[in-house]
Write a protein of this length. Structure first.
Length: 89
């Protein structure tokens, strides 16, 4: 389980990205790189991290299922993910 502070930090970054999205798009269209550099660092969408929806883990994230590989394996083996079965028994 990830620390709550890390998950909250990522939510705060997502809010910052959303807040500055229009400004970033305008500056990029004008190719004003000096203006882009003056924006907060967390305004860049590159700084967002994909996190597991159940545990908050950031490593081994599977985009299709929005969870980490460990959580995916547990859920798939217990039959909680429809359409996913174990390849060999």
């Amino acid at each position: 389980m990830a620390k709550a502070a890390w998950v909250e930090r990522n939510k705060r970054k997502a809010a910052t990205v959303k807040k500055y999205a229009a400004i970033r798009a305008e500056l990029k269209a004008r190719r004003d790189y000096a203006g882009l550099a003056k924006l907060p660092r967390d305004a860049s969408p590159v700084r967002l991290v994909n996190r597991c929806s159940m545990t908050g883990r950031r490593r081994g994230y599977l985009r299709k299922f929005a969870c980490s590989r460990l959580t995916f394996r547990e859920a798939a083996l217990s039959g909680q993910i429809p359409g996913v079965t174990k390849a060999s028994w």
